[in-house]
Ligand binder design. Sequence first.
Ligand code: MG
Length: 159
Amino acid sequence: MDIRIGHGYDVHALGEGLRLVLCGVEVKHTKGCIAHSDGDVAIHAICDALLGALALGDIGKLFPDSDAKYKGIDSTLLLREVVELVHSKGFDISNVDCTIAMQRPKLRPYIDTMRERLADVIGIATERISVKATTTEHLGFEGREEGVSATAVTLLVRS
Ligand code: MG
């Protein structure tokens, strides 16, 4: 069996008065991610995990932030493109597991909606998608609410 594991990591700084979008879902908050795209740090980590599993580089290589066409782009569109690329290389996505680290707000009320949204975009069952959230106990940039980080792992299986 040809299986591949991928890991992704991303960080965005938080800015006052910006939209906060995580896993394709808008989260009510006073701050949002500063980014060239919509700043969906979780989707960016997932894209990098998928690309990493097939050693296809990273999201910055595929969608350069110097390219005006990605300004403010909905990151679910980037994820759709990455999923298509994975399929074009002959692999299916078995599961995705993502962890978002931010101090505030509590993400628990959004988790199931996030999983459903990702399942819809990736085209696999919701039970194959895990989204977890953690604080960092007020430590580090996440704990000081200066930024958000996300990690993701994925398993790909040759179709
Ligand atoms: Mg990013």
